[in-house]
Design a protein around this ligand. Structure first.
Ligand code: AP5
Ligand code: ZN
Length: 214
């Protein structure tokens, strides 16, 4: 499985990826996670990326394309991968096609787009919490931890992402509609796009995805 996960911010890409990688033994490559780690580490990349991320804007294509190119060459990607949050623009999609073909000699097997209306997104993202230690995601109402604001897995205090403020979420949604949504047409033309209703419960959504991948 070499798959791309499309969908607006908060559609559930990260949530579903946790399950897919367990069941199918493939790796998740999340450009958002890579950038957030760089910000946390205070690297040059992190300093650059933070300015864009805090504004809800996209980090420049050349920066992101370089990161993904290096990551996909690593050994653990050879058994299959989920690209979560990449590509997000037509130039990124074209660069991906080129690197898969020329550098890796493989092709995408699935592109799954999780469909969720804008109205639901704000509710999901303002309630999202993440464990800074193990990376597990939660929602204060839809998927709460057993102890308030504490990770079930590792007892760490959960955190909220800097870009999950209502004002920034609205900007991210605009960016999605203006620059990323058109990728559905791009992959529809290649006949590898499947859309999945992302408004059902996480388990129901996962069942549909599993059917597509099996
Ligand atoms: P990124 O980290 O990729 O964020 P995103 O695409 O906005 O997606 P999210 O991680 O917010 O949402 P998700 O779909 O994973 O939802 P989740 O599963 O957590 O990007 C962040 C920033 O980095 C960008 O703004 C940009 O600046 C930069 N960047 C990254 N990639 C880039 C690129 N390629 N080019 C340029 N810049 C880039 O779910 C959300 C919440 O809902 C959770 O609380 C969850 O518990 C809950 N939930 C999930 N599923 C359900 C369900 N079925 N029902 C009810 N609740 C649910
Ligand atoms: Zn944890």
């Amino acid at each position: 499985i070499n798959m791309v996960f499309l969908g607006p911010p908060g559609a559930g890409k990260g949530t579903q990826s946790e399950q897919i990688i367990k069941d199918f033994g493939i790796v998740q490559v999340s450009t958002g996670d890579i950038l957030r780690k760089a910000v946390k580490d205070g690297s040059e990349l992190g300093k650059l990326a933070k300015q864009y991320m805090d504004e809800g804007k996209l980090v420049p294509d050349d920066v992101i394309i370089g990161i993904v190119k290096d990551r996909l060459k690593e050994k653990d990607c050879q058994n299959g991968f989920i690209l979560d949050g990449f590509p997000r623009t037509i130039p990124q999609a074209e660069a991906l096609d080129k690197m898969l073909k020329d550098d890796l000699n493989i092709s995408l097997t699935h592109v799954i787009s999780l469909e969720v209306d804008d109205g639901k997104i704000i509710e999901r993202l303002t309630g999202r919490r993440t464990c800074p230690q193990c990376g597990r995601g939660y929602h204060i109402s839809f998927d709460p931890p057993e102890k308030q604001e504490i990770c079930d897995e590792c007892n760490t205090q959960l955190v909220q992402r800097d870009d999950d403020k209502e004002e920034t979420i609205k900007k991210r949604l605009n960016v999605y509609h203006e620059q990323t949504e058109q990728l559905k047409d791009y992959y529809r033309k290649q006949s590898i796009l499947t859309t999945v209703d992302g408004e059902k419960t996480p388990d129901e959504v996962y069942k549909n995805i599993k059917d597509i991948l099996s």
